[in-house]
Write a protein that binds this ligand. Structure first.
Ligand SMILES: Cc1cc2nc3c(=O)[nH]c(=O)nc-3n(C[C@H](O)[C@H](O)[C@H](O)COP(=O)(O)OP(=O)(O)OC[C@H]3O[C@@H](n4cnc5c(N)ncnc54)[C@H](O)[C@@H]3O)c2cc1C
Length: 470
């Protein structure tokens, strides 16, 4: 929807734009039968980016609640680190309805209840999409100069793309988080801001509660909450073995809700605006975006391009930025008469410059964090994170840990010394990676060599980091 709004904006509504979704109008944008499964949090900065670039603004009812920032808590709860910056809790079910109204104003057409199964090619050029019209059970085909794939992390279009060797089709299993959440009302229990804070999105780091991920308590009102957690499956298996348990994601979420002392008598929201969306699980990727996001006649945006930030799986912000950018790139290519990979290439360049340059470094950092013990997280949050690092993380940047453990800093315990080495290592890799992304090739010709170097460093980093596995 944002990509469509953007294309309408940059073409002054002179091109014909069609949005296709598999849902009926009242369920527009629903990820799966489980709902619009999300933590619902987005920074004001990202929403403002969309506002200033493509003149789309959001308000009530899609913005349900406002917060002042995110608070990360250590497993022992001794350290809480505020990442300040205004943010919004969205109502994901309402949002597409507002977006649909805006689409109609911008002359955008929408086809509902169409299940897309693949792309149509003319030789090596994507020239449309095909699938089934669920209203009639008839085959569905549409041709277009450019197809923008925004069908989310499970994209069938990207999975099967045939006309490119540059775009990655599939993801490593360990780059996916299994996540879920409930949207709930509750009675106020103990007054404890480390369990529920109406002004802050709380993040609980704990390798027993949410192995390889984190738990979250995001306020949607004074007594309404989006509460859930994400795990990485192989790390969950190890945790289950270590503790002699057989927990799955849903079980962990329910334990997480039950142990929250501030949340008493929790019940799933029955608000009409949460109907079909109050409980459910889905997946989210936590790696760098696809190394190449264009092919002849074809572009990726949002989760289908693996855009969520590797550190926290926040995907709405990058999708707002990329969605705002992609319309201009698509329109420029159409207007210049070149919708090949080369004509669409500028999108790779623009997104990398705006946001994508930092994600590979954060992917390496995330891999280190996932391997830490609770004791290491406690120690690291207490002793290694300075104000500058917190500021860097708030901006989505990799913190500079190059001085951790140097200049006479006394570190207690071998595991914490090892952690300090790990943090310095990810800082060093991040420097190289951000510099490498600054040199993202400006045309497809330079991609192969650039990508080879990127993959070499990424694989070296993964192998090196295996030493930190506890
Ligand atoms: C549990 C959880 C918590 C999260 N919390 C946060 C958070 O707090 N903040 C944040 O920023 N991000 C969060 N994320 C990530 C965020 O939800 C996504 O980044 C965001 O929804 C991506 O939007 P999208 O439009 O790219 O894809 P989606 O929201 O997945 O939308 C894809 C659309 O394409 C449609 N579609 C898919 N396949 C087809 C097909 N074959 N034919 C036709 N239509 C199709 C779908 O029905 C849907 O309408 C979370 C994710 C999860 C799973």
């Amino acid at each position: 929807m944002i990509a469509a709004h953007s294309a309408a904006h940059y073409s002054n509504q002179k091109i014909s734009i069609l949005v296709i979704d598999r849902n009926p109008p009242i369920l527009l944008g629903r990820k799966s039968i489980n709902g619009w499964v999300c933590g619902d949090a987005v920074s004001k900065e990202a929403v403002d980016y969309m506002g200033s670039h493509i003149k789309v603004s959001w308000g009530a009812p899609e913005i349900e609640h406002k917060v002042k920032g995110v608070m990360a808590l250590s497993p022992d709860r001794e350290t809480s680190i505020p990442f300040d910056g205004d943010g919004f809790l969205l109502n994901r079910q309402q949002l597409p309805q507002t977006q649909y109204k805006e689409a109609l104003k911008r002359g955008i057409n929408v086809d509902f209840e169409v299940n897309l199964t693949g792309l149509i090619y003319d030789g090596n050029q994507v020239v449309g999409v095909e699938g089934t019209d669920k209203k009639t059970n008839q085959p569905y085909k549409k041709t277009a100069k450019v197809v923008i794939d925004a069908t989310g992390v499970t994209s069938m279009l990207r999975n099967q793309i045939k006309n490119t060797t540059k775009m990655e089709r599939r993801i490593d299993r360990t780059d996916l988080e299994s996540t879920g959440r409930h949207i709930m009302y509750f009675d106020q229990g103990e007054d404890d801001l480390s369990e529920f804070d109406p002004d802050y999105c709380l993040i609980h780091l704990d390798q027993d509660i949410a192995p390889g991920g984190y738990g979250w308590v995001f306020p949607k009102g004074k007594n309404k909450v989006n509460i859930g957690l994400g795990v990485e499956k192989t790390i969950l298996d190890k945790r289950n073995k270590r503790l002699g348990k057989h927990d799955d994601v849903t079980g962990l979420i329910n334990q997480y809700v039950a142990r929250n002392r501030a949340i008493k008598n929790p019940r799933i929201s029955t608000d009409p605006s949460d109907v079909n969306n109050a409980t459910g699980n889905f997946q989210v990727s936590v790696r760098r975006q696809n190394d190449c996001m264009v092919a002849n006649g074809f572009m990726l945006v949002g989760d289908s391009a693996w855009m969520p930030k590797p550190l926290d799986a926040g995907g709405i912000g990058p999708a707002l930025i990329a969605g705002s950018i992609i319309g201009k790139n698509a329109v420029d290519a159409i207007e210049s008469g070149d919708v090949t990979e080369k004509g669409l290439w500028q999108y790779n360049v623009d997104y990398t410059r705006e946001y994508g340059y930092k994600t590979a470094g954060l992917e390496v950092f995330r891999r280190l964090l996932q391997m830490l013990t609770n004791d290491q997280i406690n120690y690291g949050m207490k002793h290694f994170l300075g104000n500058m690092d917190v500021e860097a993380i708030s901006k989505g940047e990799h913190p500079d840990f190059s001085m951790v453990g140097k200049m006479g800093m006394l570190i207690r315990g071998a595991l914490n010394k090892k952690l300090a080495d790990g943090l310095r290592y990810t800082t060093q890799q991040n420097r190289w990676l951000t510099e490498h992304y600054r040199n993202y090739p400006t045309t497809p010709d330079g991609f192969e060599e650039w990508n080879k170097k990127l993959l070499k460093i990424m694989h070296e980093s993964y192998e090196h980091l295996a030493k930190w596995d506890n």
